[in-house]
Design a protein around this ligand. Sequence first.
Ligand code: ADP
Ligand code: MG
Length: 249
Amino acid sequence: MAEVVTRLAAAENTRVTREECAVISLDSVTREYAARCGVVRALDSATFSIVAGEWVAITGPSGSGKSTLVNLLGCLDRPTCGVLKIDGVDVAAMSAKELDRFRADKIGFIFQQFHLIPYLSALENVMLAQYFHSMTDEAEARAALEKVGLGDRMAHLPSELSGGEQQRVCIARALINNPPILLADEPTGNLDQANQKIVAELLQQLHAAGHTIVMVTHDPEMAALAPRKIALNHGKVFCAPVRGVVRLQ
Ligand code: ADP
Ligand code: MG
């Protein structure tokens, strides 16, 4: 991805379009479900792109299509029609097995319910993600937990951690394999205010460090932190306009 952007920048005098350097791009992406009462169009012809380093909040009322969109962006599902590209690759062309590998490389998931393994320590939970991706590296896993402020909690089981600490383990786990995209689904949905603040600050730090974050949230305070908002209503996407050209250093 970085080389493509560099080449494009050189060719176009350091100016490239958003579409050309998008890490996520949707072109008329529709997802329909067959329901008993007929076809439900959960996502209706969505067209937008997200470039490296953006922090985007996806908001919308219940039933508006947020989970449908997250499942597509996380390569857990495929569009009914339209083109979805993640890091320049059209996901429709991949087999289920290829998609599993692709997802492990490209997406770090941060879930509302944490989904930590209860009988593994914080360190082991992070190392398990390394194991499923390629191979374990304890020093790297320790460094990832230190980075999220859990250097003194590595041996703790999830039940011995606060909600905010558990979510920070999830963030370390999401980052451990260096994915280009962090996909967060209601990352503070299960947290009290103090822990929400801690996680919000961590996301702010990750954004400042250049990570690409796509975050679904019901919470206006969380949404306000993200510089870009994408609103969904009845499956339709409403994006505030963004500049079409990216200037690179
Ligand atoms: P949100 O996450 O914003 O609450 P969803 O993406 O879950 O919205 O759902 C969008 C619409 O699609 C809703 O009308 C929902 O009932 C419908 N829907 C979601 N999943 C399915 C499914 N598997 N089968 C049928 N309809 C579905
Ligand atoms: Mg949902």
